[in-house]
Design a protein. Structure first.
Length: 112
């Protein structure tokens, strides 16, 4: 449910430019792929300003998305997030999936 009401900033580094670290999962194509090698810490800086989301990975802009920008269609029968507008307020979650462990450190929120 959360990915259908909000956006997921991907932390996994999948081969597809629409599902790699720092993109809005299946919504935005990576502007760059500056991920560090496995085992090194990566830094994500995510700015949410109403309908505008900007993501920097290790100091390099990966995503710059405004609500209403064109996105790829959701493939028929897929479990990808639903398309359509999102609210400007809501919850913030940290991604997890079964499998390899993921660690977070120095998570903080700063009002604009």
């Amino acid at each position: 449910m959360p990915v259908n009401r909000g956006y997921e900033v991907e932390i996994g580094d999948w081969p597809d430019d629409y599902s790699c670290t720092g993109v809005l999962y299946t919504f935005t194509k990576a502007l760059a792929r500056p991920i560090k090698p496995l085992g090194e810490w990566n830094t994500l800086e995510i700015t949410l300003d109403g309908p505008h989301t900007v993501v920097f990975l290790n100091g390099v802009k990966v995503t710059d998305f405004k609500e209403g920008d064109p996105v790829p269609a959701k493939p028929a029968g897929s479990i990808d997030p639903d398309r359509g507008p999102r609210q400007n307020t809501g919850y913030i979650g940290l991604q997890n999936h079964p499998g390899d462990p993921v660690y977070f450190k120095e998570v903080s929120l700063t009002p604009l």
